[in-house]
Design a protein around this ligand. Structure first.
Ligand code: NAD
Length: 499
């Protein structure tokens, strides 16, 4: 049995807490490795190493720091197959989807190559007589990030690349379900020229996360995961005086207007609802067709598409549309929620409950499901299922459809399918959701824009990547300077205007 490690101060280090978690191959159901779960004492070793290394890194000129990012991008491309394979083996997603996971992280690293421009600061010449004023963005010090299982390459890179480009040291606590790729990323960053101690990976569970939250030296925490944990970390992290941003769960609605191209909308729903087995925070999990005729036609188009979905292990390459879910517990939770849908009266028009993949009977595969006539009080509508289950809630009018999405507690992403510009524009303006697609089912912003939801999908003021990341990972300092020739004699007792 492979025993994974932490990556502390440039070395792979065995866990010493005596606690481990099993890492599965979700396609076969076998335990393929065990990952150490760090104690607070192990976390402290990483924090001390980060703290010792960070000042020199912060003093390195930003262009040299950016060169590490450039080299890292090249190494990611060189290692794309190896990273994708390791990612699929632990997560279960298909190989092309795993390459996409690495790619969307890589794009944020590319953006961080522009750090010198983003960190330049502001200068006002002659703000007063002989007085200049300038603002600089300085690194926070030691930062930490806690990441979810569903994007084990992309989300760590969204955090550590801007943090490190800004001159911080970063401690990553990845998901204990798929920790191998984060460890590989730390190795590649050092191959790219990053000094030891600037990026470390400390594996663990709640104990390691609590050690981050309570550590005096750690200045900021980035979190992505489920909403209850996001709320917990945000509350306790802020109470401890840290800068915290936490991104939580989702229930993304797609509204399908009567004038939409229904074949396009159905194709979009298949990819956005069932891709990655529905384990995406930007997956569409609710379809809201407007009007009975739209709903009937949409369901008719969806059923054959869903029934012909190919579910398989990642080794099937692009012959599988989606793979297994991450653990047996995740599978059990999805199937439990499906039962509540049936019990509460929704119509299960595609029933994946008896799905079985020959040769992979112990894998965590879940067949595709489609519910029609769900209502807003049902658990399958209120709760995040995070599986290959699409829930159709019919609406009579556009206003009713809009109201559904607006009243839901989550506000990560949403989409509208229509040919009418006025409707699309109205939707984009009024909806209280952070990321909006117009005839685009998964509107994930590119690296140079920012990513973040509203309502219970995000806690904190700034989004991930884009310019917000450079604000989150720096503090502003403003200097007012005057040299002796500009200084008048005698004390000054009033609050000066810069005349
Ligand atoms: P999770 O909340 O179970 O775990 C996320 C991280 O928190 C992991 O590193 C885990 O070790 C840690 N953690 C778990 N329990 C904890 C506890 N009690 N105290 C402290 N830390 C704890 O989430 P997951 O199952 O790994 O990921 C799926 C969730 O993430 C879904 O809800 C999904 O919507 C969400 N997600 C959100 C976004 C976004 O940008 N909004 C992106 C991806 C995933």
């Amino acid at each position: 049995m492979q025993e994974l490690t932490h990556y502390i101060n440039g070395e792979h280090v065995k866990g010493t807490s005596g606690r481990f978690a099993d890492v599965y191959n979700p396609a076969t159901g076998e335990v393929q490795a065990k990952v150490p779960l760090a104690s607070a004492a192990e976390m402290d070793i990483a924090v001390q190493a980060a703290s010792a290394a960070q000042p020199k890194w912060a003093a390195t000129n930003p262009q040299r720091r950016a060169r590490v990012m450039m080299k890292f991008v090249a190494l990611l491309n060189d290692n794309m197959d190896r990273l994708s394979e390791a990612l699929s083996r632990e997560h279960g997603k298909t190989l092309p989807d795993a390459a996409g996971d690495v790619q969307r992280g890589l794009e944020v690293v590319e953006y961080c190559v522009g750090a010198p421009e983003l960190l330049k600061g502001d200068f006002t010449d002659s703000a007063g007589p002989g007085i200049d004023m300038y603002s600089m963005r300085q690194a926070l010090g030691v930062c930490a990030g806690v990441t979810p299982f569903n994007f084990p390459a992309m989300i760590p890179m969204w955090m550590f690349a801007p943090a490190i480009a800004c001159g911080n040291a970063f401690i990553l606590k990845p998901s204990e379900r798929d920790p191998s790729v984060p460890l590989m990323l730390a190795e590649l960053m050092e191959q790219a020229g990053l000094p030891k101690g600037i990026l470390q990976v400390v594996n663990g569970d709640k104990e390691a996360v609590d050690a981050i939250i309570d550590h005096d030296v750690i200045q900021s925490i980035g979190f992505v995961g489920s909403t209850p944990i996001a709320e917990y970390i945000y509350g306790r992290g802020c109470a401890n005086g840290k800068r915290v941003q936490c991104f939580g769960g989702a229930k993304n609605h797609m509204i399908i207007m009567p004038d939409a191209d229904l074949d396009q909308a159905a194709d979009a729903l298949i990819g956005a609802g069932y891709g990655a087995a529905g384990e995406r925070c930007m997956a569409i999990s609710v379809a809201v067709p407007v009007g009975k005729d739209t709903a009937d036609k949409l369901i008719e188009k969806l059923i054959p598409r869903i029934e012909s979905l190919k579910v398989g292990p990642y080794t099937a390459g692009s012959d599988a549309d989606y793979g297994p879910v991450v653990t047996a517990a995740a599978k059990a939770n999805i199937l439990r929620l499906v039962e509540t849908g049936v019990d509460q009266g929704a119509e299960l028009v595609v029933d994946g409950r008896d799905f079985n993949l020959q040769g992979y009977e112990d894998g965590f595969f879940v067949g595709p499901h489609l519910f029609d006539h769900a209502t807003k009080d049902m658990d399958i509508y209120t709760k995040e299922i995070f599986g290959p289950v699409l829930v159709c809630v019919r609406a009579e009018t556009y206003e009713e459809a809009l109201g559904l999405a607006m009243d839901h507690e989550y506000g990560n992403g949403t989409a509208i399918y229509t040919r009418d510009g006025d409707t699309a524009r109205d939707f984009a303006h009024r909806i209280n959701i952070g990321m909006v697609g117009i005839n685009v089912p998964i509107p994930v912003p590119l690296a140079y824009h920012t990513f973040g939801g509203w309502k219970k999908s995000a806690f904190g003021d700034l989004n991930q990547h884009g310019p917000d990341a450079f604000k989150f990972y720096t503090r502003t300092k403003t200097i007012t300077s005057r040299w002796p020739s500009g200084i008048r004699q005698g004390g000054e007792f009033d609050f000066k205007a810069m005349d």
